[in-house]
Design a protein around this ligand. Sequence first.
Ligand SMILES: [Zn+2]
Length: 656
Amino acid sequence: MTMIGPTNPSRGVLRPLGLDEVRLTDGLWAERQQLNATAVLPHCTRWIERAGWIDNVRVLGARGPAAGRRGREFSDSEVYKLLEAYSWEARRSGDPAAGRVITDWGATLAAAQNPDGYLNTNFGRAGQAARYSDLEWGHELYCYGHLIQAGVARLRAHGSDDLVTVACRAADHICTEFGPHGRNAICGHPEVETALVELYRATGQDRYLAQARLFVERRGTGLLAAGPFGREYFSDHVPVRRARVFEGHAVRALYLASGAVDVAIETGDDALLQAVVQQWQRTVATRTYLTGGMGARHEGESFGDDFELPPDGAYAESCAGVASVMLAWRLLLATGEATYAELTERTLHNVIAGALAADGHAFFYVNPLQQRVAGAAPDPDALSPRAATGVRAPWFEVSCCPTNLARTLASLGGYTATADAAGVRIELITGAEIRTSLPGGRRVGLRVVTQYPWHGQVRVQITESDGAPWRVSVRVPSWATGATLTVDGQSRSAAAGQYAQAERPWRPGDELVLELPIAPRWTFPDPRLDATRGTVAVERGPLVYCVESLDVPAGLDLDRVAVLTGAPPVDAPAAHGAPAVNVPAVSAAADEPPSWPYAADRPAAGATAGQPLRMIPFYARANRGPAAMRVFLPEHRTDRRADRPADRPADRPADE
Ligand SMILES: [Zn+2]
């Protein structure tokens, strides 16, 4: 049976269920898939036409001149990523319009491809640099990677056509050009590695796997010239299997790690897999934002050092969120460990869900956790420089993120549930219909009914079963202490950070009910995170919350606010389509700015009673126009002077 989804490893603890096995029915993710279909995909298509990026391919196919080519060196990749999104979407929804774009653009690509399989609008013609003359920055293999992923999506979701043929011919060309007897070289931007392994999985052609393995093994051996950001930028400073942590450009490092996991799985290279597992663990422990965002520095779009996670300076590119989901999902399938699914959930709910505007027509490139000054609303008719404002933009000069979000949302059914020999596991809790076959061809089905992440009740109803026992597992997030699972009227506690499981000879109509405690909670950063020391954040279920300046009441302002953490934050009436949370807040500094923002003494202790300050989900930010925003709020301490015994006799109470 063909698996219809982005990644299908031949080994591992879990088998991913595909788009034909999982249908998102309602809730936050089904709504975003629908928004993707009706708004994001047409929007991306219009902009790719308008920016001239598909015209570049048309002109190449017509043997036209290179002189009028528009866009950056990697603009071909946006065509490919959108084609991948359409391939999933055509299968998910059956929308004939999606199929027409694939057929039309697929024929355009076929006409443009060189007889030897080469395809790139930026190199090789009269007036352009020669093929593969700039592997550091040229992105030719990176573009092929996205072309191949689009081809795999189309092959799995539909079957062979022009797009698939073009992708396979490009892959064959790569194997000839960069194989053991070809150029000993790699691309500045990893991506082709994971794509080649997936094409191997989809076609069974060993040479694609061998080529991917060669690319992974060559990296870190100094084949690329160090540029202004060093070899770390290209993940070429140390071999993958010797690296200790993800470094340099976040998207590149995460795509490479995904490809390395794919190679490790298919070649049985457990040492390589363990190397990536250890890099992931340290990166999550020291280089990951509360939102799941990765990339602390704008310079080099890079990870930064351990514990260097400034909320205002955060880069946390939307594409790094996509790449992190790709990697964590692969590690989940390889190991079966819930921690990977939990990071996937965190990143989806806080980076991916918020990267697109409520109307699907604008996108965040970077996702900082604090916006000190409200950004200027961008011209909806103009290309934006990346990362320029605190509001979403319709399109970018470097427009990697919108199409990356589009392909992820269209294929999200493939990141929702898994199966093993014993049964079905629900990894991403959301309204869904699941039907699959267990070993032996046993047909099973279940329906997930829930208003998660707004509410904590998750009902799993059996819709199909053959009467023999099989297991249903639902992931319990690590914050969900006190969760319970009820089956057949019997309730028991369900351990946080593991899977709540029940195995029965299920009959259609049977139900499991998981109750997750979803009350808002305080979250404190590790003291080693200097940039957020002394602050606190609010989470509710898998959602990180933030304050927008639009919600700050009279008497408070966002720069001076501090919150009282003596009691938990409380639910507030829903606002702007999402549950709000109130926290008690005070003003922690004088109204007037000081002449010098440093002093010989700590600030005086402040008020003990706060007024309610409304917080909204981080993903819902910046949908009401430009606003200042922050996730981490200073914690207001009424005992600030308690650690200065000279000020206070020991027998006096701390609150003076
Ligand atoms: Zn991006």
